[in-house]
Design a protein around this ligand. Structure first.
Ligand SMILES: [Zn+2]
Length: 191
């Protein structure tokens, strides 16, 4: 199997720390996509009709796993048609108080990352996001924010496998205090 590289072309509006974390995460993403075990896990998701029917454009339903894998590994995306075995990433940081990780647009291979969410991310979380956004650059999408879709699942696989491999403990989910819950209830009712 030919090795596929993850190539970062630009990191804009990032601090030194954000930039370093982004680059280190790309190395972990690269490790996963070159691991046959990773692709075994992906095939189980991809060949599951429930997940695949949530993959847009919908004519992709007919696409075989082999072709899907070849597309991802060849580095051919909507913005670089060259079969160079390089996954091209360009990112720009921004700030938003909303709990949105980031986004990309069909017209560009740039992705935008919300530093407000990014700051709580470990390497595995960042790599999972890179994987998700890369599938968008390949022209794939998910209906709404359906987390059962192939695009989400692909990102989660990258994330979960890296967490396991690096021994990153799962995040502690803090129980919200009584008053926080009362306040959010009041907001929901009165605003
Ligand atoms: Zn998405």
């Amino acid at each position: 199997m030919k090795r596929t590289n993850v190539k970062i072309h630009a990191i804009k509006k990032a601090t030194e720390k954000e930039s370093e974390a982004f680059k280190a995460a790309a190395k972990e993403f690269e490790f996963e996509i070159n691991d046959p075990d990773f692709w075994y896990d992906v095939s189980r998701v991809y060949n599951n009709w429930h997940h695949r029917k949530l993959l847009a454009p919908y004519n992709y339903e007919k696409q075989s796993f082999k072709l899907f894998k070849e597309m991802v590994l060849s580095g051919v995306d909507d913005f670089n048609k060259e079969k160079d075995y390089a996954i091209d990433i360009s990112v720009s940081f921004y700030y938003s108080w909303r709990s949105v990780v980031g986004y990309t647009l069909p017209s560009t291979w740039f992705t935008w990352v919300n530093r407000n969410i990014f700051k709580g991310f470990d390497l595995a979380d960042i790599a999972g996001n890179q994987a998700h956004e890369y599938l968008h650059n390949c022209g794939l999408d998910h209906p709404g924010t359906d987390r059962q879709s192939v695009v989400y699942r692909f990102g989660y696989l990258v994330k979960d496998r890296i967490k396991t491999r690096l021994g990153i403990a799962p995040k502690v989910v803090y129980r919200r205090s009584f008053w926080t819950r009362v306040k959010s209830f009041m907001r929901a009712v009165f605003l």
